[in-house]
Structure formats: structure tokens, C-alpha cells
Write a protein that binds this ligand. Structure first.
Ligand code: 5GP
Length: 194
């Protein structure tokens, strides 16, 4: 998506350790007009899919998923990062390794909000090694709901997550795919992707 790629080039910064910072429009301050266009684009790419709910993970996925949800006219559910899993049987739970924080989170969704009748679109901000998405896929599977696809704002195509998810036969749509970035020269290359 050209608008997102242009914005990454204009305002994104590359940090040591293969981290792309997009705090000025996605991860801290949020550009709602950009998110609105991204929401429309997700709807266009998943136009043929019946979606009943969008699933994301707190915190950064919530804004992107919420604005996209207006085009799908469905609720969003966000998986909560929790310090300790409450083993009361009322929640689906999994563990996710955080790329940016280098720690493992317990992640939970109440059983009230995912059911076998649901057709789920998963949305998140970044895809790197795929740990966050694999955790969300596990939660969808545990609920018996159908996973219809995954929408990502920025995929780091040089990390393994995207390839692994596509090999699982899941429709994965990333609005911008970064194929390479160099923090010394501050260059970012995108994969052709529409
Ligand atoms: P994964 O689980 O795919 O390895 O990483 C996905 C999660 O890590 C995303 O939800 C995002 O929060 C974070 N993440 C991974 N790479 C980056 C990055 O380069 N920049 C930012 N801002 N977040 C990232």
C-alpha cells in the first residue's frame, strides 16, 4: 500500500537490532486518516470473506483493528497480555514471546468472546518472527472458530514469520512488506505488494 510505504519512508526510523520505529503514526501517536485508509484496504483484500469478528492483541493492534472493524461492521476482540494466567477455565490462554521486549507473555481471551460460529480475521501492527500471530492462531483454534485470514500493517519480510504463516495455507495480507533495512545507512526496501 503506497500510502503506508511512503509514510514509513518519511517518518519511520531504523534502529539497531532490526527494529523499525513508527511511533509518530502507528505505535505511539496515531494517524487516524492513515489507519482509515488501511482499514479500507483490509476490507478490499478480504472482500470475499465472511468475517464475524476481528481478533487482535493489545496494545498496538487495537487501534488498527478498531478502524478496520468499521468497514467489516463487526466487533473486535483483543487478546490481553496478563502477568499470570487465571486457570478458571473461563479463558483461552497461550504464551507469546515478545520480539521487542524479549520476554514471554501469557495471553488470554475470554471464552465468552470467541465461539465455534465465529469467522475470524486477525489483525496486528507488525509481523516479524510470527510468535504473536502463532499465539493468536492458537487461541482461534482452541475456540473452534474459523480463521479466515490475517491482516498486518507492516511485515518484516526478511524475518521468518510471513513465510511460515503462508506455508500454513492462511491468507496473509500485509499492507507493507519490508524486505531489507539498514540502520547504518537508514535505508528501507519494500517488496512489490498490492
Ligand atoms: P513477532 O511475534 O512476529 O516476532 O513480532 C510481532 C510483534 O513484535 C508485533 O506485534 C510488534 O509489537 C513487535 N515488533 C516486531 N518487530 C517490530 C519492529 O521492527 N518494530 C516495532 N515497532 N515493533 C515490532
Amino acid at each position: 500500500m503506497k500510502m503506508l510505504e511512503d509514510r514509513i519512508l518519511k517518518d519511520g526510523t531504523v534502529k539497531e537490532g532490526n527494529v523499525l520505529k513508527v511511533d509518530s503514526f502507528l505505535n505511539h501517536q496515531i494517524d487516524i486518516e492513515l489507519l482509515n485508509e488501511m482499514g479500507k484496504e483490509f476490507k478490499r483484500r478480504f472482500a470475499d470473506k465472511k468475517i464475524t469478528k476481528i481478533l487482535t492483541i493489545e496494545a498496538s493492534g487495537i487501534a488498527i483493528a478498531s478502524i478496520a472493524a468499521q468497514y467489516f461492521k463487526v466487533p473486535i476482540v483483543f487478546a490481553k497480555k496478563s502477568q499470570s494466567i487465571n486457570l478458571d477455565g473461563e479463558s483461552y490462554t497461550t504464551k507469546i514471546q515478545s520480539f521487542t521486549h524479549n520476554r514471554v507473555y501469557d495471553v488470554i481471551v475470554s471464552k465468552k468472546y470467541l465461539s465455534p460460529d465465529d469467522h475470524i480475521l486477525v489483525i496486528d501492527d507488525f509481523l516479524a518472527n510470527g510468535c504473536a500471530l502463532k499465539g493468536l492462531i492458537e487461541l482461534v483454534k482452541a475456540s473452534g472458530a474459523s480463521l479466515e485470514g490475517i491482516g498486518i500493517a507492516i511485515e518484516k519480510g526478511f524475518q521468518k514469520g510471513g513465510e511460515e504463516i503462508r506455508q500454513m495455507g492462511i491468507q496473509l495480507e500485509s499492507l507493507a512488506i519490508v524486505d531489507g533495512m539498514d540502520w547504518t545507512t537508514k535505508t528501507i526496501n519494500f517488496r512489490a505488494n498490492n
